[in-house]
Design a protein. Structure first.
Length: 183
């Protein structure tokens, strides 16, 4: 994967209400507090960051926009409001050497749920990837996460199948619903 292509995939994206900026270590200070809210982890398998320093270090590593072995691009965007600049959450993707988005993921901080920001951000990120030549995008949500499934449908994704034991939440295997968007 050429590094300039990975950087191109990670370009800033503007929507009517949001700015998706390439995530930087500097975003960690604003994200750490909201990421301590237990409600965020009901449906996603990531762990709470232990300290702002570890979160900053993790996000600084993402600034390369590529996997360590160079086979995948990792566009990751911090979602902020255009009016006020509040950090709302994050959208991320994994793009392989075949230019397939093998995973599109996102989370919003609970105080921003239910305002249409997730749909706006996911649609914008997916549209941007398609404009860059990524014509097959895959996303998964835990079975039962109806709100995230609706976000994906509104962003142009279609349900394809159930993936048994595809993820782990709180130490328990869970099934995922797979959604695909093709250009």
């Amino acid at each position: 994967m050429p590094s300039d292509f990975a950087q191109q995939l990670s370009a800033a994206i503007e929507t009517p209400r949001l700015l998706l900026q390439p995530v930087m270590g500097a975003h960690a200070d604003a994200a750490f507090g909201p990421m301590q809210n237990d409600a965020m982890y009901q449906w996603i398998s990531m762990n709470k960051p232990r300290t702002v320093e570890t979160l900053r270090a993790d996000w600084t590593r993402l600034e390369s926009r590529m996997s360590a072995d160079g086979t995948e691009a990792w566009p990751v965007w911090a979602i902020t409001t255009r009016n006020g600049g509040s950090l709302v959450g994050e959208v991320d993707a994994v793009v392989d050497d075949n230019r397939v988005c093998t995973n599109l993921g996102y989370y919003l901080f609970p105080e921003f749920w239910g305002q249409g920001y997730a749909t706006e951000a996911v649609r914008a990120a997916a549209d941007h990837l398609v404009q860059q030549g990524i014509h097959h995008l895959v996303a998964t949500v835990t079975v039962g996460n109806h709100a995230s499934a609706q976000v994906l449908k509104k962003a142009g994704f279609s349900f394809t199948r159930i993936l048994p034991d595809n993820d782990t939440l709180r130490g328990e295997p869970v099934d995922d619903e797979e959604y695909v968007r093709t250009a």
